[in-house]
Design a protein around this ligand. Sequence first.
Ligand code: NAP
Ligand code: GDD
Length: 322
Amino acid sequence: MTQAALITGITGQDGAYLAQLLLQKGYAVSGLLPRRSSDTLWRLRELGIEGDVNLIGGDVSDLSAVLRAVKESKAAEVYNLAAQSFVGTSWQQPLLTAQVSGVGAANVLESIRLTDPAIRFYQASTSEMFGLIQAEKQDEKTPFYPRSPYGVAKLYAHWMTINYRESFGMHASTGILFNHESPLRGIEFVTRKVTDAVARIKHGQQKELRLGNIDAKRDWGFAGDYVDAMWRMLQQDKGDDYVVATGLTTTVREMCRIAFAHVGLSYKDYVVIDPQFFRPAEVDVLLGNPAKAQRQLGWTAGTSLEQLITMMVDADMRRVGG
Ligand code: NAP
Ligand code: GDD
């Protein structure tokens, strides 16, 4: 029998790659589609799967809409990826971020509990919850210290997932994913902002690149690898919590160097530091320990930062070059 899955956030970076992966595995894939006045299907289109997924209108902050989507999709697995996911915006819209990225997860958990508690659930938790890090390398046991309204909202969703697992015996898992990027990354995130700028500068369409704190360090992997870890979590005998990361950390500065060097330029000639891109509170460094995911899920990050960034620059060179 065909297995059915529901993805909230299906039009986002991870949603698109996860939908592609599940379709390849033979799933019937549904996605929750919030109402937007402009087209948000470009990622599904780029992957050539727009016509292969069943889109169900609804917003994750609306319990009735989520409940309807869970029933209509007949999903045996629900992946909650919907979020206001840009950290910078979460200081300007803290309550919206709480409703979508925090309470949204509770709406999905409640919908599953009311429909069929045997439905398996994945929550998109985040390394942003570690914030002001309490251990040099962060794993599943490291205490959390979120530094943004986004991180705080995600921590609520994280603990609600664990609480539903412990309270109702649900197969509910959290993936504490460290930063992951791709050619489908939103333009506001730093890697894609850089690779898009590199392509525009190389094509003579942009003169400089304005950035904030380029000494921040991140553990960056490829989104295509990370959605496989999500699926593996839901194939386990029971729900659990997993850190998904590369185990390496790199500065934004070094990431810029790699991106510009790929087209024969030096980032030092183009990057301008602009205070408007500094955050009220910064997460200076993130570095994950993915040992549990390796051991229990048989998962490893298969793409180096160099491969990732050059893949993104190449994609943006093609886009900008027309
Ligand atoms: P993304 O590209 O920003 O995608 C977010 C998705 O959520 C989009 O499809 C978006 O639709 C949807 N969404 C936003 N508000 C919604 C609402 N009210 N109702 C229903 N859907 C809504 O994020 P991503 O990079 O794919 O990340 C996927 C998930 O993993 C997010 O929960 C993110 O917080 C989490 N995460 C990401 C990373 C990372 O490095 N990428 C790391 C750890 C955790 P619209 O575009 O129409 O708003
Ligand atoms: N976006 C952005 N723009 N970031 C900049 C800039 C800039 O101009 N200049 C420096 N940075 C720094 C940020 O201050 C941060 O330290 C780092 O680059 C990464 O920023 P983002 O790419 O915006 O990602 P993030 O780490 O804040 O959040 C992402 O990863 C989280 C997992 O750790 C998002 O995908 C979150 O949704 C995710 O949970």
